[in-house]
Design a protein around this ligand. Structure first.
Ligand SMILES: NC(=O)c1ccc[n+]([C@@H]2O[C@H](COP(=O)([O-])OP(=O)(O)OC[C@H]3O[C@@H](n4cnc5c(N)ncnc54)[C@H](OP(=O)(O)O)[C@@H]3O)[C@@H](O)[C@H]2O)c1
Length: 368
């Protein structure tokens, strides 16, 4: 009996403690923790992994216990209900509402300006929250549920995000998978500057130019897939693997494992990493990175691993005019094109290649 009470009191103490990660100040004055738990269950060889009902909920509970106070999620991950149950459990029991940042993302099938607020309300219902701290546009490109393309301009969708913020349904708003031209376009139209840009970031893909732009304009960067393809045996083409001797040697020097070195490096580069795990021990070790600092020389070594290698290029969307990344040849495209015709999205653009200089100019010239 005493042992059970003792264990419970340790758990209660852990939940009630302030979060383990330092906070970063956003450009809208709010703060948020410098590490977040990821909740995308990922893909297996047969497609997207379907949640079974409680694994993410359990992971989020472990995360709070470990000291995370920031949970990244999305409509498209199909786990918002699980995230919501766990957040509610902890927030209600330990009065943590003002400490916890919940960050869901708008899916591509709700890119009409008029569709954004209803989509956020649907997420809020799943999350059992009245508002979220940060809402992100998941991708700059729209796609209808049947897979055909929606050419709604991302600035139009962004206006919908601003509507959601004006209604206090989200405290902060940001974008994900935008490139520099797209961020510049938001600025050129004098719309609200995104508080956050969420991008893939790991040692294979360090994107120094985009980070510099965000630093210059005070946009905080969240880094998804922080382990890149380093641990994925299906990705033999990854330029670096987790057992790289330079990485293992460095980890041993700090008494950490390689995953912790990768996460710490992200933090020191000003990137908020979003490690996903549903394994208790990993959830705890991934946040155990705030008790050491990398030496400059080690950061120089890690910098050299950058190969511009993208783990999640989403090449299936590469013929969408708002596909944000560099393009690769010889990949089949899948979508047929459909233009949304509802009144809120009359802005339609012609197909173009974002990597073309002329197309970049066109995008910037669009008046909305
Ligand atoms: N905005 C976007 O478009 C976008 C795209 C992708 C991801 N995201 C977000 O970013 C999050 C993270 O990205 P990700 O899920 O692609 O990849 P990730 O966090 O880099 O890797 C997740 C994988 O690493 C394993 N893992 C975690 N910690 C580990 C450790 N310490 N040691 C060994 N293995 C470990 C996990 O296994 P277990 O779970 O089995 O422990 C899982 O298989 C997502 O969950 C999602 O929230 C956003």
């Amino acid at each position: 009996m005493y042992i059970i009470v003792f264990i419970l009191s340790i758990i209660v103490f852990a939940y009630a403690e302030p979060g383990k990660a330092p906070l970063v100040q956003l450009n809208d004055g709010r703060t948020m923790p410098t590490i977040a738990l990821g909740t995308w269950l990922g893909n297996s060889t047969t497609g997207r992994i379907t949640p079974v009902g409680y694994e993410t909920e359990q992971a989020v509970l472990w995360a709070f216990e470990a000291g995370y106070r920031h949970i990244d999620t999305a409509w498209s991950y199909h786990v918002e209900d699980q995230v919501g149950r766990a957040v509610k459990t902890v927030v209600d029991a330990y009065n943590l509402l003002h400490e916890v940042t919940t960050t869901p993302k708008l899916w591509n099938d709700a890119h009409a300006r008029s569709a954004v607020v209803p989509a956020l309300r649907a997420s809020l219902a799943q999350l059992k929250l009245n508002y979220v701290d940060l809402y992100l546009m998941h991708w700059p490109l729209g796609q209808f549920a049947n897979g055909s393309y929606d050419y709604t301009h991302y600035l139009e969708t962004w206006r919908g995000m601003m509507d959601a913020q004006a209604l206090n349904l989200t405290r902060s708003i940001g974008v994900s998978n935008f490139n520099k031209v797209m961020l510049e376009n938001v600025r050129a139209h004098q719309l609200t500057e995104p508080a956050v840009l969420q991008i893939e970031w790991n040692i294979n893909l360090q994107q120094p130019g985009l980070l510099a732009y965000c630093r210059q304009h005070n946009i905080s960067v969240m880094g998804y897939t922080p382990f890149g393809a380093l641990m994925d045996k299906r990705r033999a083409d990854s330029p670096t693997h987790i057992d790289d001797p330079q990485l293992t040697k460095m980890a041993a020097k700090y008494g950490k494992n390689v995953q912790q070195i990768l996460l710490r490096y992200a933090v020191e580069m000003g990137v908020i990493p979003i490690p996903k795990s549903i394994t208790s021990s990993r959830i705890f070790e991934n946040i155990d990175i705030f008790d050491f600092q990398l030496e400059d020389n080690d950061k120089r070594i890690l910098r050299k691993f950058d190969r511009g290698y993208r783990t999640i290029p989403q090449l299936k969307w590469r013929d969408h005019p708002f596909y944000p990344f560099e393009k690769k040849a010889d990949y089949p495209t899948t979508s047929t094109s459909t233009v949304r015709t509802d009144a809120s999205t009359q802005q339609v653009i012609s197909k173009g290649d974002l990597n073309d200089k002329s197309a970049k100019m066109n995008f910037r010239d669009i008046k909305i």
